[in-house]
Design a protein around this ligand. Structure first.
Ligand code: PLP
Length: 441
């Protein structure tokens, strides 16, 4: 048998967003998870300060969710939702509509955040076409935005490494400036003071350049997660909403990270009191126990597309596993868990403690900024000269060796602990990071 096909070989699995060679030379493996901990193959407990990947909001191995999946698998393993229904898909859509902002309650199911982003962009285009405005085709994203890895998402996204390899992007895309302004806003607690209206007003320049009659939608993460926790300056999202409304442009909030209680409200839309036209979600929609995503649309969008269709099928879009029975079962059980354990409220209550805890790292070595909102945190390190990202990577490894899983992106350490995290565990996360930063050059 060739080497690469040996059962224990690590070669066959091409790992996503991972330095494959380095990882496989020095792998980190987990075999089990429960509550806020992962367990390694040699039995070590690792405190999960990242909720998996911003997704296991209720912690790991939740019995209620596991049992719901088991029951669903035994009862109805699969049914398409193309021209056929099964009850849990309708029930789950209704339940999601109960926690989304008022009127944003028509739900399209996908399987991931990437698919949700591309679905939302396509729905925005379909909406304008349905109302007789097919010339509104431009999609506006933002520098440093992350909307997954499909072609729509990387086109409106603003991460050069995710785009540059893949040739021409979707046509007709432009980008707002990102809102990170360390010079003016370093070490802000919560929403930064400076730049809100100014960064949003950049949309006026884009409108002046292309004309609003060509622009379909603006897509932003309310709090950017994947590019290192960028919290919107005060007033930014409200102003963006006003400008979109004024220019008849749809506003899409990508809530793949901020949805399901991360900021202490069901969605960031409610936290900021800003209602977009579409919301993308994934990750914690099922507590990540089964892959799933969704797009919540306004009734106006749904009704317009249905009323103006010139074929029986109103939207030519969908996935084989849209509304998969196991995902819907997991999602319903996750929503029950969030509600019964009051986890969104818990996140809101813990947020001030979290803020104090991570801002205590201000005097730790290499730290040039600390950002937070809800149960999200980001610590930006000064890049090592000539070796950007190395410092954060070393911090990641040191933390893991000390039993805490953090996430790093560039030279930023990002945190999104499960909403069930205890104060003592927050203290441990912070002290582990402090010790790691002291150990690295
Ligand atoms: C804001 C945002 N959108 C989309 C995605 C993509 O989600 P997925 O990896 O499930 O495709 C992510 C993933 O982190 C995200 O943070």
């Amino acid at each position: 048998m060739p080497d690469t096909l040996r059962p224990n070989s690590l070669d066959a699995f091409w790992m996503p967003f991972t330095p494959n060679r380095a990882f496989k030379a020095d792998p980190r493996m987990v075999v089990r998870a429960e509550g806020v901990h992962y367990y390694t193959s040699d039995g070590r407990a690792i405190l999960d300060a990242t909720s998996g990947l911003w997704c296991c909001a209720a912690g790991h191995g939740r019995k209620r969710i596991v049992e719901a999946i088991q029951r669903a698998a035994a009862e109805l393993d699969y049914a398409t939702t193309f021209n056929l229904g099964h009850p849990s898909a309708f029930e789950f859509a209704n339940r999601l509509g109960e926690i989304t902002p008022d009127g944003i309650d028509r739900i399209f199911f996908t399987n991931s955040g990437s698919e949700s982003a591309d679905t939302a962009l396509k729905i925005a285009l379909a909406y304008h076409r349905a109302r007789g405005k097919p010339g509104k085709y431009r999609l506006i994203g933002r520098e440093r935005g992350y909307h997954g890895t499909n072609f729509g998402g990387i086109s409106v996204g603003g991460i050069v490494r995710n785009r540059m390899t893949y040739g021409p992007m979707v046509a007709g895309v432009d980008h707002l400036p990102h809102t990170l302004d360390i010079a003016r806003n370093a070490f802000s607690r919560g929403e930064p003071e400076h730049g809100g209206a100014e960064f949003a007003d950049a949309l006026e320049r884009i409108v002046a350049l292309h004309d609003a009659s060509t622009i379909a939608a603006v897509i932003v993460e309310p709090v950017a997660g994947s590019t290192g926790v960028i919290v919107p300056p005060k007033g930014y999202l409200k102003r963006l909403r006003e400008l979109c409304t004024r220019h008849d442009i749809l506003l899409i909030f990508d809530e793949v990270i901020t949805g399901f209680g991360r900021l202490g409200a069901p969605f960031a839309a409610q936290y900021f009191d800003v209602t977009p036209d579409l919301i993308t979600m994934a990750k914690a929609i099922t507590n990540a126990a089964v892959p799933m995503g969704a797009v919540a649309c306004s009734r106006e969008i749904y009704d317009t597309i249905l009323a103006n269709a010139d074929t029986p099928i109103e939207l030519f879009h969908g996935y084989t596993t849209s509304g998969h029975p196991l995902a819907c079962a997991a999602g319903l059980a996750a929503l029950d868990t969030y509600r019964d354990e009051k986890l969104f409220e818990r996140a809101a209550e813990l947020a001030p403690y979290w803020e104090d805890a991570i801002h205590a790292l201000r005097d730790a070595p290499h730290v040039i900024d600390i950002r937070n909102l809800g149960l999200i945190g980001g610590i930006e390190l000064e890049p090592r000269p000539g070796a950007a990202t190395q410092r954060a990577l070393e911090a990641f490894r040191k933390c893991f060796d000390a039993g805490v899983l953090v996430r790093v992106t560039g030279d930023i350490i990002a945190f999104s602990p499960p909403l069930i995290v205890e104060k003592a565990q927050i203290d441990r996360i912070v002290e582990t990071v402090r010790a790691a930063l002291r150990q690295i050059a």
